[in-house]
Design a protein around this ligand. Structure first.
Ligand SMILES: *Cc1c(COP(=O)(O)O)cnc(C)c1O
Length: 447
């Protein structure tokens, strides 16, 4: 075994991993990255088709982002963000306002996605209290939702995989049955339904809206639930219902923001503006841990008062507004704009979906191929007709992951759902190779 691997196993507790699995699949020590590719210390090449946990938006070691961070590094690495400020943060807000849904104009900086969710929840709670709505102390969320893994974020998540053991520690939130278009309880199709499943939301609003501060959702795409995709109409209906009930709408665009779904934000498909939006992941192109909770002037104004009134939002993180993160995020905005990344990604998204369908759709274990933007998910099932999954103990997705990895493709499925979520500027040749390697791994494991 490579000496570095031995030392890794001696010290490092890897995220979201059963460390015993590393006995048979030791960590791969990455030496460098370029574009959509990673290279390990032994010189092996891997296609990073999952953008390193969905954050690498424009390729590894993107020359423009590299240059921006290097330039900032020699000027100012970090500074306290209470009272003090700096140009990269100010410029970043100016740029983001131009692309965000209308009305979002106040920016609160944090250093990871979960923290942005915590901040949004606290802000919503405090807002309601300060406008006199003191009974609104609860939160609603969707089943299958994922918003991060700190205690507050877990409380508004619905995935037992991450939350079950901690239930006694969590807030008592209201879980609404989410759309599940592949296994639609009404037997309808996502392309032409009227979101009949929205009645689950309506029922919960009837019972609980008066005690609810806010509802949080992943817009259009429930990522960790297995890249579940639902129609924009659901969001439109939700915006209306929230408005009539006085419930704030928090949209978690951490996974979907910055072009992942084909538009700048998933909200844009529904042409809605949330009261609070969380962004992270693609924000810095996957360079720096940074996130922002963005809100409206209306909410901001409910905190704006003489100090003695005690209405300030007393929430801070040491690395709030880190200048290196801001400089990376500014470079990302520049590239998206100047290189017309979203426009160019459109034909590529179509190409990838066609390619996957041609090569994989007919496979006996492929239940559904769903896509939005460049994101494509392949749901592996034991039986196509009744959509029955494989027994979880078989760990089919994990077997395919290991096989693909040996063959130079980094997949990391969600259970038995394989997915592609590549950098937006990936090239056609790399996509061809990735689909081929994925199909080969599926055949090896499922035959
Ligand atoms: C990744 C993710 C988070 C959590 O972000 P972290 O930076 O991992 O804490 C929250 N919400 C969504 C939708 C995510 O995809």
């Amino acid at each position: 075994m490579n000496k570095l691997v031995e030392e890794d196993l001696k010290y490092i507790w890897h995220p979201c991993s059963q460390m015993k699995d590393y006995e048979t699949l030791p960590p791969i020590v990455i030496d460098h990255g370029k574009g959509s590719y990673l290279y390990d210390v032994d010189g092996n090449e891997y296609i990073d088709i999952i953008s390193s946990w969905w954050c690498n938006l424009l390729g590894h070691c993107n020359p423009v982002i590299n240059a921006a961070v290097k330039e900032q590094l020699d000027k100012l690495e970090h500074v306290i963000f209470a009272n003090l400020s700096h140009e990269p943060a100010i410029k970043l807000c100016q740029e983001l306002v131009k692309v965000l849904p209308p009305g979002l104009s106040k920016f609160n900086f944090m250093d990871n996605g979960s923290s942005a969710v915590e901040c949004a929840l606290k802000m919503a709670f405090q807002y309601q209290a300060q406008i006199g709505q003191t009974k609104r102390t609860r939160f609603m969320c969707l089943s299958g939702g994922y918003h991060g893994e700190t205690i507050g974020a877990l409380s508004v998540g619905s995935m037992d995989l991450y939350a079950k053991i901690y239930k006694p520690m969590l807030m008592d939130t209201i879980h609404i049955q989410a759309p599940d278009c592949y296994r639609c309880p009404y037997g309808l199709q996502r392309d032409d339904c009227q979101c009949e499943c929205f009645e689950y939301a309506e029922k919960n609003f009837t019972h609980y809206s008066k005690v609810t501060a806010a509802i949080i959702v992943e817009p259009l795409l429930q990522g960790s639930a297995g890249m579940r995709i639902y129609p924009p109409l659901y969001l439109k209906k939700l915006r209306k219902l929230c408005d009539s009930a006085g419930v704030l709408l928090i949209v978690d665009e951490i996974a979907t923001g910055f072009g992942r779904t084909g538009k700048m934000f998933a909200c844009d498909y529904a042409q809605i503006s949330p009261d609070l939006m969380c962004v992270s992941k693609g924000l810095t192109g996957g360079y720096m841990p940074m996130s922002i909770s963005i809100t409206t002037k209306k909410i901001y104004d409910a905190f704006y008062a003489d100090y003695s009134e005690g209405k300030a939002f007393m929430h801070s993180h040491t690395y709030s507004g880190n200048p290196l993160g801001c400089s990376a995020a500014l470079a990302v905005q520049k590239i998206l704009r100047e290189d017309k990344i979203l426009e160019k990604a459109q034909p590529m998204a179509k190409y990838l979906n066609n390619k996957i369908r041609e090569r994989i759709a007919e496979h006996k274990n492929v239940g559904e191929i769903r896509h939005i933007g460049l994101i494509n998910a392949i749901e592996i099932v034991a039986d196509k007709v009744d959509k029955k999954p494989f027994a979880p103990q078989l760990r089919i997705g994990y077997q395919i992951y290991k096989t693909a990895l040996k063959n130079g493709l980094l997949l990391r499925p969600l259970g038995d759902i394989l997915y592609f979520n590549p950098p937006l500027n990936i090239d056609q040749g790399t996509l061809d190779k990735a689909v081929e390697k994925c199909a080969a791994a599926m055949e090896a494991v499922l035959s």
